[in-house]
Design a protein around this ligand. Structure first.
Ligand code: SF4
Ligand code: SF4
Length: 161
């Protein structure tokens, strides 16, 4: 008789514990029920990047002094600065400037240290391509103004807070 009572108590305790665990699980599920989804339906929906987003680099080639500071501070020596010394005026003339976004780690060092502040990071993040070589931007491509997702009326933009 005593053994039966003990077993019954043990059994009841297990049922209460199981019910408590189920209740805790349900509470977590319910606490997420009011949240907005984290994922978005790209490309029909796009995130508006924050102001400090490190996207594709923009470069104002007409103002670059070809000092190569950006190359020296880059952890992978990535920017290619091609210049020619104009002996008559004793000044460097920029011929080409390349950054390969297939290799760039978007650390922002080149932007931070450029003495003329003519490098900047844009909000552009759509850099996918079928050909890796297309990510090697020359000074014309780098000088292109960023495409803003806000201006695209065909998609829904989402602001992440
Ligand atoms: S650091 Fe700035 S000014 Fe100097 S080469 Fe690079 S982009 Fe041009
Ligand atoms: S963002 Fe960083 S890795 Fe990319 S070019 Fe500038 S310094 Fe180099």
């Amino acid at each position: 008789m005593f053994l039966m009572v003990t077993e019954f108590i043990n059994y009841s305790e297990q049922i209460i514990r199981a019910a408590r665990y189920i209740g805790q699980g349900l509470m977590i599920t319910l606490s997420h029920a009011n949240r907005l989804p984290v994922t978005i339906q790209y490309p029909y929906e796009k995130i508006i990047s924050s102001e400090r987003f490190r996207g594709r680099i923009h470069f104002e080639f007409d103002k670059c002094i070809a000092c190569e500071v950006c190359v020296r501070v880059c952890p992978i020596d990535l920017p290619i600065v091609d210049w020619k010394l104009e002996t008559d005026i004793q000044k460097k003339r920029l011929l080409n400037y390349n950054i390969d976004f297939g290799i760039c780690i978007f650390c922002g060092n080149c932007i931070e240290y450029c003495p003329t502040n003519f490098l900047s990071m844009t909000e552009e993040y759509e850099l996918s391509t079928y050909d890796h070589h297309e990510l090697n931007y020359n000074l014309i491509a780098l000088g292109r103004l960023p495409v803003s997702v806000i201006d695209d009326y065909t998609i829904r933009t989402i602001q992440i807070k």
